[in-house]
Design a protein around this ligand. Sequence first.
Ligand SMILES: *Cc1c(COP(=O)(O)O)cnc(C)c1O
Length: 243
Amino acid sequence: MTEKFLLDESRLKSVEENYKRVLNSVRESAVKAGRDEKDVRLMCVTKTVEPVYINKALELGADLIGENRVQEYLGKRDELNLNGVERHLIGHLQTNKVRQIVGEVDMIESVSSLKLAKEISKVSVAKGIVTNCLAEVNIGKEESKSGIFIEALEDTLCEISELDGIRIRGLMTIPPICGDEDEARRYFAQMRQYFIDIKDKKIHNVNMEILSMGMSGDFEAAVAEGSNIVRVGSAIFGERKYF
Ligand SMILES: *Cc1c(COP(=O)(O)O)cnc(C)c1O
């Protein structure tokens, strides 16, 4: 970070309280849904958050972080205590950034097109690795969002399955902004069904293990519908000024 940075002690304290509270309520949501609390992982979404606050969550045991932007992540990761921490890219990825991020994160959750998958494949093969990915589904067919439409999902996954250097491990989604929890839950229920349907198709090289859905405002509904990664930012780190 180049600008002068002032540590906000009270924010540090609230990150600690928030992290513990959110972790608890994710576990409670799992139990309430009749699931094992260990089935659901809490991802700390760290976009726009300065390293010192992220490190607080890591110190408390957070073991999974999600970043949106390649540049931001690469710029701050050296200041993070990432020992034993899994890192996922969750934001929209442009093909011209693929080269910089492949090999630097454990998973790319935002594979939103065949074109992007092909680029990840090409770069991964060149680096001699296999990149774990999720297919991002645009469940609400929103123009403002990226992601694969449900109608195209199976065909796209079949095409991706033919590529070397990339392995699909599940699905990710961000539903439209919903008026209430019931509405959000209907989108999550649809996702759960597609997840099961795709799993039943047993597409070679495509594993349906991870269903990444639920954010600060709706993770309880997502967990009730089978999410096993909830991506929580503002409920842990506080409101963001941008993004
Ligand atoms: C920002 C972001 C989140 C977290 O959102 P909050 O509402 O702050 O919890 C989750 N997933 C993605 C893809 C995001 O960009």
